[in-house]
Ligand binder design. Structure first.
Ligand code: FAD
Length: 277
């Protein structure tokens, strides 16, 4: 088996200070034993977690971790974003995950006025090379795209705007990643593309999430998970084994890193990383 590449872990901002304390002193501390390159913290649609994301990032940095905030165009205007960039620089942040963000309902009339490409341009314009900038990529194609070719074109534009690398939406089929890497190579996109891995703890949860973000849960996997759905431990055990094998295939395909959507839990992610060590 190939050596495990760098890993990173994604959190969402807890609702309150107690949750933040538990995340940083318990979950992050346990995951830190795996020596991740960084923790990232999501940013809620429409700026709904603006303070929570910032506070979680500050707590992680204070605890000695490398922490990368997600930022999105959402409903923040230019001045808000510039303020956040300066604030994050002062906190010691060196990496940002730049996104359009999931659109709040009712925002659709203006859907593409704000996109990740514009945010990357703004970061570079205001902060130069202060931050390593990651953008999102979609091996199975973003649900808003008219097709795979158009999606790739928009991805290329974000990279050309100044992104250093990309993290993919999660997927459960290695072929999707391999095909995406091949298409990127043909389109002369050369930045590192780190696959996103999402451990499954419940069938209902993964189906709901995947429906929204356009990730494919293959038929065979849905059937296996349906058989296990009344037993969370069996579901986790199965997905740890399956995602460890998926991780091995991604590493063999040359994945430059692995990014885990932890959902603020450490158990399954730790087991997968240990299997890949
Ligand atoms: P963009 O790259 O701007 O665009 C997405 C799609 O819109 C493109 O694929 C294309 O089809 C279309 N598009 C782009 N530009 C144009 C244009 N000029 N004209 C027409 N169509 C266009 N969401 C959150 O709200 N908060 C988070 O913290 C968060 N973190 C994420 C982290 C990762 C690693 C990933 C993969 C996703 C994350 N998301 C998050 C979800 C993401 O915000 C959504 O998928 C969103 O719908 C698209 O964001 P994007 O940055 O990919 O957008």
């Amino acid at each position: 088996m190939s050596a495990r590449p760098p890993i990173s872990f994604e959190f969402f901002p807890p609702r309150d200070a107690g949750g933040r304390e538990r995340l940083v002193t318990n979950v992050a501390q346990k995951l830190a034993l795996l020596e991740p390159e960084f923790f990232s913290v999501t940013y809620g649609a429409g700026g709904s977690t603006r303070d929570g994301t910032r506070q979680t990032i500050a707590s992680l940095i204070e605890a000695g971790h490398n922490a990368a905030p997600h930022m999105s165009m959402g409903v923040d205007d230019r001045a808000d974003i510039i303020k956040m960039l300066d604030d994050y620089a002062a906190l010691g942040v060196t990496r940002i995950v730049a996104l359009r963000g999931d659109q709040p309902s009712g925002f659709s009339a203006n859907r593409f006025a704000n996109n990740a490409e514009a945010l990357v341009r703004l970061i570079r314009e205001h902060s130069g090379d202060r931050f390593q900038v990651e953008v999102a990529a979609y091996p199975e194609t973003h649900p808003d795209a008219k097709g795979a070719a158009q999606d790739l074109e928009f991805f290329k534009r974000k990279v050309e705007a100044g992104a250093n690398g990309a993290i993919t939406q999660y997927f459960y089929t290695a072929d999707a990643y391999e095909d995406f890497l091949n298409r990127c190579a043909k389109a002369a996109i050369t930045v590192p593309i780190v696959p996103g891995i999402m451990p499954i703890t419940s069938l209902e949860g993964v189906l709901r999430f995947s429906e929204k973000c356009g990730a494919d849960v293959p038929r065979w996997l849905r059937y296996v998970l349906t058989d296990l759905q009344d037993d969370e431990q069996a579901t986790v055990d199965f997905t740890v084994e399956y995602l460890s094998r998926l991780g091995e295939r991604l590493i063999a395909l040359g994945a430059p890193g692995l990014h885990f959507y932890t959902l603020n839990r450490w158990g399954a992610t730790t087991r997968i990383c240990q299997n890949l060590a």
